[in-house]
Design a protein around this ligand. Structure first.
Ligand SMILES: [Fe+2]
Length: 238
């Protein structure tokens, strides 16, 4: 056991040491490790982040984003709720509506995540995408009540796929909404909650991609897929 622990820690140190902060490799490695820390804290939050990452990448590719930019957006998606790992269980796992004070606490999670990512040397653009994933196109979101094009484009994409996944997955306090009902909800929020162009692109994607919904895993994945965002599900097929 001791030998195995030694090996794991050596491996982790070696893999960080090989990549300098600021390089793409360092960023990718750091985000994946932080993603795993979400997984160890709360599987439901991690699985949500993983699906959001994949949906975000699909959406970005469908809107003509270069492959690399779409992958960077997926990395932001994978840690967009990192700040929730600092929420108390009484809030994170609450199976009824949050009180006003609890909502106030929960609303801190984008800033907490941004602070952590900055501390780890993650590039500003990616941090801003995470920080603003709860902004609303009409300026009624949080944390900074940004509106329209003041919200980074990556964050505007994440907002749509984040809400879509929250609607279509079951939680302890609600059942999963059907894909059709979730589609209608996204359409209804175009121009208010969501960037209308992004919402339209996402609806088009839903309408043209058979079996778009990703499975919801409630048990930890095992084997080689367990630690890879990409192994289990395809890249955008272009
Ligand atoms: Fe969030």
């Amino acid at each position: 056991m001791r030998a195995m622990r030694q090996d794991v820690s050596n491996k982790a140190v070696t893999s960080v040491g090989e990549a300098l902060p600021g390089t793409r490799r360092y960023t990718r490695h750091t985000i994946h490790e932080l993603g795993q820390s979400i997984r160890e804290r709360d599987l439901i939050t991690y699985e949500h982040c993983r699906r959001v990452a994949i949906y975000a990448q699909r959406l970005a590719r469908s809107m003509g984003w270069p492959r690399r930019a779409a992958r960077d957006l997926a990395l932001a998606g994978l840690v967009h709720d990192l700040g929730k790992t600092w929420m108390e269980n009484s809030i994170l796992h609450k199976d009824s509506a949050l009180s006003k004070a609890e909502w106030h606490e929960m609303h801190r999670h984008p800033r907490i995540a941004a602070r952590m990512l900055l501390a780890y040397g993650v590039p500003d653009e990616l941090v801003r995408t995470v920080l603003y994933h709860h902004e609303s196109y009409d300026g009624h979101g949080y944390p900074d009540e940004l509106a329209g094009s003041d919200i980074p484009i990556g964050a505007r994409l994440l907002t749509v796929v984040d809400v879509f996944d929250a609607l279509t997955s079951a939680r302890s306090y609600k059942s999963a909404m059907s894909l059709t009902a979730a589609r209608d909800r996204i359409a209804a929020g175009a121009g208010t909650h969501f960037d209308p162009e992004v919402a339209a692109a996402f609806i088009h994607l839903l309408d043209t991609w058979p079996d778009f919904l990703l499975p919801v895993h409630t048990e930890p994945l095992e084997g080689p897929d367990a630690h890879s965002l990409w192994a289990r599900h395809d890249y955008f097929p272009i």
